[in-house]
Write a protein that binds this ligand. Structure first.
Ligand code: FAD
Length: 381
């Protein structure tokens, strides 16, 4: 599919692929087994430009577009879903929210630190009692003079313990419908009262950092408010549009990585006197995988293309995320099947891809939520 990409994006793909082969492939299995966030990779990601891929050059970023962002995430995910999740959530959520809605002062302070890798970004919407129904969040921010005092608990926060700042969504108005009374704040993780209260053990993406975050009367100045008072939920929906493209790209990369493993294995493994790649049952699984992944790629490119033209792309992002995540999960499952019993063993990377890809059907809106978004647009239009 690369023939359709501009040269700058093909160069980016080649650079990220070469980096991941050299710096990530030799370690990804161990990072996953140890459930350890690899801090040592952060300066290298920054050097390659992956921590500021959408940040304008005058803030130290690479200033590239949504399509480039999707290509970079896909390439990371080919080898390591955890790394892709780290890069996606840093760029698309925490940093992306400041890029889209921050003041000039906020951009100049936080975006340069984000691009340089000095501070990773976290973003906290989900709570123990609210995920899909995000507007039901219970965390509050109370105004006290020139400050806000934030109190609550956030759940499943990526980079919540390794990040330098966290964008927190909190309720600021109880007198209006739930979606109209939420505000975003930038909380530096060293601020008294912010704590990563629990490291969470996961099924997949085990070397990305996922924690519960407690906000115990965290005091921030009004200068830390991100966007307008009570407009945080509306802004959040726009942030999630971009985030969904990145999770779709992550699914695509995991699927592509799995397919390559299955092709290599099918050529090398023999049964009944011939390579298993000669069996029609295996060939059809490979062909179906390729077809589904190519279709996912086109949906991702369409959503990114609309985003880069400045058009609304909510429905396209949801369509791409829904299809890519479900297709890639099927693909990774089939590719594990092609490995037979060896696929079930930790020795082979295919089982890690299947565990990692499942996240793509859940994070940044489950498949059910994507169907709600798509059908709402269909019925409205
Ligand atoms: C590894 C990981 C990292 C994450 N990182 C972050 C992060 O950095 N920041 C952050 O804020 N959040 C993060 N999340 C949270 C993630 O976005 C939520 O888990 C997700 O939105 C689903 O919310 P929930 O888990 O509360 O499930 P629930 O909302 O409780 O859903 C449970 C089930 O009910 C279904 N359901 C709910 N409502 C409906 C409906 N109306 N119709 C049909 N079915 C429905 C869901 O699809 C799901 O199958 C992360 C999650 C994971 C697993």
């Amino acid at each position: 599919m690369d023939f359709e990409l501009p040269e700058s994006h093909r160069i980016l793909r080649a650079a990220v692929r070469e980096f991941c082969e050299r710096e990530v492939r030799p370690h990804a299995k161990a990072w996953d087994a140890e459930e350890r966030f690899p801090r040592e990779i952060v300066p290298k990601l920054a050097e390659l430009g992956l921590l500021g891929i959408r940040i304008p050059e005058h803030f130290g970023g690479a200033g590239m577009d949504m399509l480039a962002y999707a290509v970079a995430i896909e390439e990371c995910a080919r080898i390591d879903g955890s790394l892709a999740l780290t890069v996606a959530s840093h760029n698309g959520l925490g940093t992306g929210h400041i890029l889209a809605f921050g003041s000039e002062a906020q951009k100049s302070k936080y975006l340069s630190k984000a691009a340089s890798g000095e501070w990773l970004a976290a973003w906290a919407l989900t709570e123990p009692g609210s995920g899909s129904d995000a507007a039901a969040l219970q965390t509050t921010a109370r105004r006290e003079g020139e400050s806000w005092v934030i109190r609550g608990t956030k759940m499943f926060i990526t980079q919540g313990s390794v990040g330098g700042f966290c964008v927190v969504l909190a309720r600021t108005n109880f007198d209006v419908p739930a979606q109209q009374g939420i505000t975003a704040f930038i909380v530096e993780t060293e601020t008294p009262g912010y704590s990563a209260s629990k490291k969470l053990e996961k099924y997949g993406c085990r070397s990305s950092d996922t924690v519960e975050v407690t906000l115990d009367d965290v005091r921030v100045s009004d200068a830390q408010r991100l966007g307008e008072v009570d407009a945080g939920f509306r802004d959040t929906m726009k942030i999630l549009d971009g985030g969904r493209i990145s999770i779709a790209a992550m699914a695509l990369g995991l699927g592509r990585g799995a397919l390559q493993m299955a092709i290599d294995y099918a050529k090398a493994r023999s049964a009944f006197g011939q390579p298993i790649a000669e069996f029609q049952g295996i060939r059809w699984m490979l062909a179906d995988a390729k077809t589904q992944l190519d279709a996912a790629e086109l949906l991702i490119q369409r959503a990114a293309w609309k985003a880069d033209r400045g058009e609304r792309y909510t429905q396209e992002a949801s369509t791409a995320k829904l299809f890519a995540s479900e297709a890639a999960t099927r693909v990774c499952n089939d590719c594990l099947q092609i490995h037979g019993g060896y696929g079930y063993m930790r020795e082979f990377d295919i089982e890690r891809h299947l565990r990692d890809v499942k996240l793509c059907e859940i994070g940044e809106g489950t498949s059910q939520v994507q169907r709600l978004v798509i059908s709402k647009h269909l019925l409205r239009d």
